[in-house]
Design a protein around this ligand. Structure first.
Ligand code: NDP
Ligand code: ZN
Length: 357
């Protein structure tokens, strides 16, 4: 089969590989639709997970099952499925402790395009099919549903980790696709004012659609100054971080009320330390929590998010700005993700012929 791979740091290309083998609990899936991720860009061009040779990229997909292992109970050949970017080992001790995304070691529930070949191929392998796959709910567009692999679970999780309360004022830093889902999550959790930080016009428009009440341009001055001005010096109750860098936390701690929570889902690629400003952290006694996490994978999570889409509570279509037809287009879509033109939020590549535009 052919797949689009990382050949080494900074290098990509098409390669031929054997179709993956199906273990007794596993499934082999052919893609219906695929999406490149900012994380693929970090992987290839920043060497975020170290060097990888001839590793097929991609972890965002919907697909159709072409083979199941003899111990798989709930899925069969021909089923159209949601595929989470994170596919934990559900019998691991980490999963039993409630952190399945870290099964086998920190961040090790992330297998596609990390420890094994990813989804940008004619076929891909899914471990523990019963534990990790979910049927695409009736009425949900299988192309748009690619946003359930990673964008929705990651962004929404930031709102969950921050334990947003009804009426909270929430600051969302970064409104790429992940941050937009953080805005949507804050809105679903009952936030009142939602301050969203970003500049790309398409993202700003989408942020307003998902519930942002105020837009902050980080290029026009420190975020914390703008937040403190908008809140009459009080700051916000919760901060969700889906953009920026290690320095973003300093301003965030300053913009947060005592007792508030900062939750990060941004990938921090550079810098040795995250600095916490001593005085604004209440000289160590401000009850300001800083947390962060990798998305939760697995079937239950996928089924619940699928229900949010099916019932119209979450509209993922606003994330998709570019559509391509044919597997070979993943290359172009990934380059788009790397270059981030102003009109981009997220591209998708449609592989199933019956769904092509
Ligand atoms: P994008 O690059 O599309 O979005 C980044 C956002 O951050 C943009 O809105 C950008 O603004 C804004 N931004 C950039 N620089 C700053 C700054 N200095 N201060 C404040 N805001 C800034 O990324 P994605 O939405 O695709 O992904 C966001 C992050 O989430 C990535 O690091 C990705 O790797 C990570 N991720 C994490 C996962 C997890 O499980 N935890 C899973 C998937 C992704 P502008 O409008 O100007 O571009
Ligand atoms: Zn991703």
């Amino acid at each position: 089969m052919k797949g689009f791979a990382m050949l080494g740091i900074g290098k990509t290309g098409w390669i031929e590989k054997e179709r993956p083998k199906c273990g007794p609990l596993d499934a082999i899936v052919k893609p219906i639709a695929l999406a490149p991720c900012t994380s693929d860009v970090h992987t290839v061009w920043e060497g975020a997970i170290g060097d990888r040779h001839n590793m097929i990229l991609g972890h965002e997909a919907t697909g159709e099952i072409v083979e199941v292992g003899e111990l798989v109970k709930d899925f069969k050949v021909g089923d159209r499925v949601l595929v989470p970017a994170i596919t934990p080992d559900w019998n691991s001790l980490e999963a039993q402790a409630g952190f399945a995304m870290h099964s086998g070691g920190m961040l090790a529930g992330w297998k596609f395009s990390n420890f094994k070949d990813g989804v940008f191929a004619e076929y891909f392998h899914v471990n523990d099919a019963d534990g990790n796959l979910a049927l695409i709910p009736e009425g949900v567009d299988p192309v748009v549903a690619t946003m359930l692999s990673d964008m929705a679970p990651t962004g929404l999780q930031s709102a969950e980790l921050a334990n947003i309360q009804l009426g909270d004022e929430v600051l969302v830093i970064g409104i790429g696709p992940v941050g937009l889902m953080a805005v949507a999550g804050a809105n679903l959790k009952g936030a009142s004012r939602i301050y969203a930080v970003g500049t790309r016009p398409k993202c700003v428009e989408a942020a307003k659609f998902y519930g942002a009440t105020d837009i902050i341009n980080y290029k026009e001055g420190p975020i914390e100054d703008q937040v403190l001005e908008l809140t009459n010096g009080k700051g916000v109750d919760r901060i969700l971080i889906a953009g920026g860098n290690v320095d973003t936390f300093q301003g965030a701690v300053k913009a947060l009320k005592a007792g508030g929570i900062i939750s990060n889902v941004n990938y921090l690629g550079k810098g040795e330390f995250i600095k916490i400003p001593r005085v604004e952290w209440g000289v160590g006694m401000g009850h300001k929590t800083i947390t962060g996490g990798l998305m939760l994978g697995g079937r239950l999570r996928m089924e619940k998010l699928g229900m949010l889409v099916q019932t119209g509570k979450l509209d993922l279509s606003k994330l998709i700005t570019h559509r391509f037809n044919g597997l070979e287009k993943v290359e172009e879509a990934l380059m788009l993700m790397k270059d981030k033109p102003k009109d981009l939020i997220k591209p998708v590549v449609i592989v199933a012929e019956d769904l092509m535009d």
